[in-house]
Design a binder for this molecule. Structure first.
Ligand SMILES: [Zn+2]
Length: 257
């Protein structure tokens, strides 16, 4: 990867520095998309992440074709990201605390939630309950996976019901909102956590600003759906820079322990 111009501040970013800082611009602190593997490296103590529910792969049960077949989209995403679905789930330690950690990846079909994402979250929630350890989900998603039709929408009910079981068992659940988290994910498990932490300027809303603007035919505030506005409106509990994220999570885990 060669050095490149920051899409926000236009300064030339040194790639080595950029990757070392987990894809944050060193000048304007713009937080770029972070893949699931790097996110796990950022949050989990070194060598402690053990993937669970790894063997579940998506199936094209509707033989769905939009511009291209869903089967091809799955294959392409798997090759591009070297993960099998839009979420990676597992057991990990964070600051020495055992946690059940799930990390979504926007590069896998826009982090869309299909039947496998729902099932993996259910398995992870069950794992958190069995082991009495906190559940942490790092969210990023464009919403439901249209290639799975109504089944993708059912994942909203499924994940919420799994999280409700976590709550009934008095297991803490922390949701981390990263840019962008929208649609069916924002309207289900991302929003019902005990504590919601968001990265700076992360878009977190149901419908994006473009769609809302077209629908209500009004100008929207420039910070519509962004972390800073969501914090003011009580939609999230705190904003954490990527480099501060692990330290803040550990602080919260200490409070819960
Ligand atoms: Zn920048």
């Amino acid at each position: 990867m060669a050095d490149f111009k920051c899409e926000k501040c236009n300064k030339i970013i040194d790639t080595d520095m950029f990757l070392k800082d987990f894809k944050v611009c060193p000048y304007c602190k713009h937080h770029y998309l972070l893949d699931a593997k790097s996110r796990i490296e950022l949050l989990a103590d070194a060598g402690t992440f053990n993937e669970i529910a790894a063997g579940i792969s998506p199936v094209d049960f509707l033989n769905f074709i939009d511009i291209k077949p869903y089967k091809d989209r799955i294959k392409e995403s798997q090759q591009k990201t070297s993960i099998s679905e839009a979420i990676v789930t597992g057991a990990a330690k964070i600051g020495g605390f055992n946690v059940a950690l799930g990390v979504m990846d926007f590069s896998f079909m826009g982090g869309s939630m299909g039947s496998v994402v729902g099932e993996k979250i259910k398995c992870l929630a069950d794992f958190a309950i069995e082991n009495k350890i906190p559940l942490i989900l790092v969210c990023t998603s464009g919403g439901a996976r249209m290639q799975e039709g109504i089944i993708s929408l059912m994942q909203m009910a499924k994940t919420v019901s799994s999280i409700n079981k976590v709550k009934e068992n008095k297991i803490p659940y922390i949701s981390i909102i990263t840019n962008p988290t929208t649609g069916g994910v924002s309207a289900s498990f991302a929003t019902i956590a005990d504590i919601i932490i968001a990265e700076p300027e992360a878009l977190f809303c149901f419908a994006g600003p473009r769609v809302v603007k077209q629908t209500i035919k009004k100008q929207l505030p420039p910070d519509f759906g962004l972390s800073e506005r969501n914090l003011k409106n009580g939609q999230i509990d705190m904003i954490a820079d990527r480099k501060e994220l692990k330290r803040k999570i550990i602080k919260i885990l200490k409070l819960f322990s």
